[in-house]
Design a protein around this ligand. Structure first.
Ligand code: AMP
Ligand code: ZN
Length: 269
């Protein structure tokens, strides 16, 4: 099936309304760019959101591509400048955390980005956040969680977030959930979309890279089957407790007393 058809099918399956405001989280890479392009093409009500991580030349290139995309698509763009809002660049925040905790770059960046996205999406009063996660990303995460003995961490994965039914949590959608990364790359090149193809200079998660390399030895059909079968496997797994409270420090939704972002940053009262 063609990529446009697959995305259309996914959006109708998760019942996204054409009137609701969707904030597309734009990184400057191919996946989120194609997500915005297709949502707009199908007539969804989208706006763009970018977190400027303050990572020198790479961040500048991403911002330039995103501005071009939003101009082309005639959509509003909100930029969150991490240096201004949090006092320092992502590299600096990360090094400060890593001097106290042994954590991977992408794990830290991911937690902080999700925290910002939810808070800003709520402030902007949108009804959904869309990200560019694709089938390859999801298959990697599923396998990594199994290999690490925690398949339940994938229990809430899907084209729409199933956890956190809470008024302070903005649901996240992944329109490219069933689309192979290779097809997204081909599509973005065919449509000549403004995309930064180089990967983030700080993406150093070697375990994910190894799993990705292994997955790339499989046929496309087999990759698709991992995602198809993952849903069958996950339906048999006991879901994690989804009770939500609010972070005692920042007030954002959290599973414990303190949210993951504040735990990382060890912000004291
Ligand atoms: P990643 O975790 O970097 O693979 O990114 C996954 C998704 O998060 C992307 O497809 C984007 O939708 C979103 N995203 C990543 N980086 C940013 C950023 N700097 N600003 C806004 N959204 C982002
Ligand atoms: Zn917090």
């Amino acid at each position: 099936m063609e990529i446009s058809q697959k995305v259309k099918q996914t959006l109708s399956k998760i019942k996204i309304n054409k009137k609701e405001r969707i904030l597309v989280a734009l990184s400057g890479g191919k996946d989120s760019t194609v997500t915005a392009y297709l949502l707009k093409k199908f007539g969804y009500n989208i706006e763009g959101f970018h977190i400027d991580l303050g990572m020198g030349e790479y961040s500048e290139k991403c911002l330039k591509a995103i501005k071009e995309l939003c101009d082309d698509l005639k959509i509003k763009l909100y930029i969150y400048d991490i240096k201004k809002e949090m006092g320092s660049s992502m590299c600096y925040l990360r090094s400060a955390i890593q001097s106290r905790k042994s954590l991977k770059n992408c794990a830290i960046c991911g937690v902080i980005k999700k925290w910002i996205m939810n808070k800003e999406a709520r402030r902007l009063k949108v009804s959904k956040i869309a990200t560019g996660h694709n089938l390859d990303d999801e298959a990697q995460t599923f396998l990594i969680n199994i290999f690490k003995g925690s398949p339940e961490l994938s229990a809430n994965s899907g084209a729409i977030s199933k956890n956190m039914q809470d008024k302070k949590f903005v649901p996240r959608i992944k329109p490219l959930f069933y689309v192979l990364e290779n097809d997204i790359r081909k599509f973005s090149k065919k449509e000549k979309l403004p995309v930064v193809y180089e990967s983030c200079p700080c993406a150093l998660d070697s375990y994910r890279i190894q799993v990705r390399e292994f997955l790339n030895t499989l046929s496309e059909k087999n990759k698709e089957n991992i995602i198809k079968n993952s849903q069958k496997i996950l339906s048999k797994i006991k879901k994690k407790d989804t009770k939500i409270s609010y972070c005692k420090i920042c007030g954002e939704p959290a599973r414990k007393n303190i949210c993951k972002k504040c735990e990382l940053m060890e912000i004291k009262n």
